[in-house]
Design a protein around this ligand. Structure first.
Ligand SMILES: [Zn+2]
Length: 422
């Protein structure tokens, strides 16, 4: 079991020991950076707990067969999710290396998203599913074609490409933070007997919860039903409250670099020629266009801030600074809204865009660095650059440590920067 988890040997050893000695706790926290296989490991643990044989990856038992395509009834998946990158990679794999492995990869990527719309998560709140249902129908029809025994390879690739935009729409319907009604629905489901041996609930981004949801979760973790296992995942353990932490056993995942990353890129993603040394770079290459855009946005952002200061009556003396202020067409709020719209609210509603808030702040700093490289810049520019750097550092700290909303942080930075430089 866990043969498909690459580069997390310590975690896997602990999990296998726990299963074999029957000392696995009822509530677990998988903590570690994004792209460290926390969800995949959670899904494997669910499969291993349901399996009626030895839980090897190719196990032919009925439980494993259902788990491998993520249709098992004893699993519940919730929390914000971004699947776009994985879906596109999956469709790409279907085209480059058609076959069973690519089909499974794509089907699992889709189901990791659609399972978040399971009716069990909407107990007495079914009306909230109204917008999702027609989209889900479209996705499920196409998914039938992708299943082994469905359409031929060309047909499968076509169907896969076709449903990605629908999946993206579905994703936009997911809440940014797990709402309390879902925690209550999950609790109700958790207390019902399993179909097979064990139920597993995977709650991703356990740090992204409002107070009411957190309190409801705490109550379940206090008295977890014996036949249900809870797996919380988070890349920001420090943002989870101590009362929750004290009720879960922690499993620390590390980011995968070097040989592990190369193995994943070659064997799982089937891109032997890629050459990336870590997964961030691998996915980053697929986002390079976005990073280019961010540099442009950073310059517009600083220009807008400078223009707002000038509108309040201050005139810049140093030429490069004054020239950039003149170029500031929009107001800072518009710039923030524009970037937020293109980045899933700076990653708040799109995990693959989590790089965008630090990148946005950094693009602003780079703009100042460029200004300072100009011989005509001096103390005036330097003071503004230092002020921006302080505010950006503060915003980044609040973002990464306290889970604050990046859009609000950017707006606050703008207010402080303008107010402090009049
Ligand atoms: Zn099995």
């Amino acid at each position: 079991m866990f043969e498909n988890i690459i580069g997390q040997a310590a975690v896997v050893r602990n999990l296998v020991d726990g299963l074999k000695s029957d000392t696995m706790p009822g509530s677990l926290l998988f903590d570690g950076p994004s792209l460290s296989a926390k969800l995949t490991t959670g899904l494997e643990l669910a499969r291993a707990s349901s399996c009626t044989q030895d839980a090897s990856w190719n196990c032919p038992c009925a439980e494993c067969t259902r788990h491998r395509i993520l249709v098992h009834q004893d699993i519940l998946l919730l929390g914000p999710k971004s699947s776009r990158m994985e879906l596109e990679l999956g469709a790409d794999m279907l085209e480059r290396v058609p076959g069973l492995a690519s089909r499974y990869f794509f089907i699992r990527a889709v189901r990791k998203l659609t399972r978040r719309f399971d009716r069990e998560l909407y107990e007495n709140e079914e009306n909230r599913l109204a917008k999702a249902l027609p989209l889900l129908r479209t996705v499920f029809e196409a998914l039938d074609a992708c299943l082994p025994g469905g359409a031929d390879d060309t047909g499968t690739t076509k169907e896969a490409r076709k449903i990605i935009p629908t999946c993206v729409k579905l994703e936009s319907l997911l809440p940014d933070a797990t709402p309390v009604f879902q925690i209550r629905s999950m609790e109700f489901w958790a207390r019902l007997a399993p179909f097979g041996k064990k139920k597993t609930i995977i709650l991703e981004h356990a740090d992204r919860m409002l107070d009411a949801s957190r309190n409801a979760l705490l109550k379940i973790l206090e008295e977890p039903p014996i036949h249900t296992r809870f797996i919380l995942t988070s890349s920001r353990r420090q943002a989870i409250i101590p009362t929750v932490l004290s009720r879960v056993r922690n499993y620390r995942f590390s980011s995968r670099n070097g040989d592990d990353a190369r193995t994943i890129i070659e064997r799982v993603f089937r891109c032997p020629e890629d050459g990336s040394t870590n997964l961030e770079i691998f996915f980053g290459k697929r986002q390079s266009e976005g990073i280019q855009d961010m540099a442009v946005s950073g310059r517009e952002w600083i220009a807008a801030l400078l223009a707002a200061i000038e509108r309040s009556g201050r005139t810049f003396i140093e030429v490069p600074l004054a020239a950039l202020a003149v170029a500031g067409g929009s107001n800072p709020g518009e710039i923030i809204a524009g970037v937020a719209a293109g980045t899933g609210k700076f990653g708040a509603s799109d995990d693959t865009m989590a790089w965008s808030f630090p990148a946005f702040l950094d693009a602003g700093s780079k703009t100042f660095a460029n200004l300072l490289r100009d011989g005509q810049s001096g103390k005036e520019t330097l003071r503004l650059a230092e002020c921006y750097a302080d505010l950006a550092r503060d915003a980044l700290l609040r973002y990464s440590s306290y889970n604050l909303n990046p859009v609000a942080l950017a707006e606050r930075l703008a207010d402080s920067f303008i107010g402090g430089n009049l």
